[in-house]
Design a protein. Structure first.
Length: 364
């Protein structure tokens, strides 16, 4: 197994366009690292540079303490699982899994059999070993691709959106399976996705990229609770964080629905800003009808018009439009375009406690 260190990695394509721009990430031995970001942010390019399928323009790629920039993919001892699985249709499941071992010289037939059977048992594929890929479900094919990665006893697993071709239910199952497998084997893993749930549930840490530039590397919890900038704040979380435009009056922020007091230090920092936004996650709102009156804060309790409500079974959200001066609306629209985010809108999304729903039903 191996640690992966990326030092100031750059990928420049012919026209001078930097798909990956000065990215440094340290992935510890045995760590599960997620690379996430919007389409085109450079996450696949970065993964392909780790595995050796893409030349590195600048910087150092260090795997297990060795610089591998000039090493061919086959000499890096990494296993990559692709989105389309890349299985051989004419070979059985057994032979598909055995394939990388047959490429290695000197692996005895007995050992091949043992390793394939072990991997198949881990992935619950034992009863399908003689089948061809065409006769397997999407999830089973995915597991065969993972089996092939396991038997190689590679130093690291690299996944490029491996679940995006599966339906929602199977994706959930496979997510759990990948997580379990990684924990059992303890193999360093780098996993590219644009799926929020995968990013937040699978990895030990998540690296967020935007336009080739690394924004933040942190645990899922830290990303959620302490995003370093507006982009990460708006990208992580579904529905996204609300950004409420503020009118600053000394230490008081006048927001669309309520006012908020900030510390003198924060007030000083934001005094010179053109635009001040208060980031409030949907779940930080409570339905006042279900909060004990004695616990309500009169300063932040408000009435608002509900535009739309969404019921998702285990949660419910309400959309509350708000007014803002035309110049603020323009600023928000410009920022939204620049950051390519849905989060900056003149409406807030708030979660409604399921208690209030139950009470409504009871009242009805
Ligand atoms: P997605 O989630 O859509 O797969 P991504 O984050 O994985 O996106 P990459 O595939 O890494 O993005 O691409 C990063 C950027 O580099 C994109 O703007 C893409 O158009 C560009 N790019 C990728 N390959 C080439 C190439 N061979 N020549 C020029 N530009 C390229």
């Amino acid at each position: 197994m191996a640690a992966i260190e990326m030092r100031n990695i750059v990928k420049e394509y012919g026209d001078g366009f930097k798909a990956v721009n000065d990215v440094s990430i340290d992935i510890a031995d045995g760590e599960f690292m997620i690379l996430v970001g919007p389409s085109g942010c450079g996450k696949s390019t970065l993964l392909r540079m780790i595995v050796g399928l893409e030349d590195i323009t600048d910087g150092d790629m260090i795997i297990g303490g060795n610089r591998v920039n000039e090493k061919a993919p086959r000499d890096r001892n990494l296993s990559m699982v692709f989105q389309n699985y890349a299985l051989y249709p004419h070979l059985s499941v057994f032979e598909n899994i055995a394939f990388p071992l047959r490429l290695k010289r000197g692996v005895k037939e007995e050992e091949i059999k043992q390793r394939v059977e072990e991997a198949a048992a881990t992935l619950e594929l034992t009863e399908h070993l003689q089948r061809k890929p065409a006769n397997l479900s999407g999830g089973q094919r995915q597991r065969v691709a993972m089996g092939r990665a396991i038997v190689r006893q590679a130093d690291a697993f690299l996944f490029d959106e491996p679940l995006s071709n599966l339906d929602a239910k199977l994706r959930g199952q496979m997510r759990t399976e990948i997580s379990r497998m990684q924990r059992r084997l303890g193999t360093t893993t780098v996993y590219v996705t644009h799926d929020q749930t995968e990013a937040m549930t699978l990895g030990d840490r998540v690296a967020v990229l935007r336009k080739g530039v690394l924004q933040q590397v942190a645990s899922p919890r830290e990303l959620y609770e302490q995003p370093v900038n507006l982009f990460v704040a708006g990208f992580i979380g579904s529905p996204p964080m609300n950004f409420l435009p503020a009118v600053v009056e000394k230490t008081r922020l006048r927001l669309p629905f309520f006012d908020l007091d900030v510390s003198a230090e924060v007030a000083e920092r934001i005094a010179q800003c053109d635009l001040v936004l208060a980031g409030v996650r949907p779940e930080y709102f409570e339905d006042a009808r279900v909060v004990d009156a004695s616990k309500r804060d009169a300063g932040t309790t408000f009435r608002a018009r509900v535009d739309v409500t969404e019921w998702l079974g285990d949660s419910q959200y309400a959309y509350l439009p708000f007014e803002a001066p035309p110049e603020v609306v323009t600023q928000l629209a410009e920022l939204a375009k620049e950051l390519d985010t849905e989060a900056l809108r003149t409406q807030a999304v708030v979660s409604i406690d399921s208690m209030s729903r139950m009470r409504e039903n009871a009242d009805a």
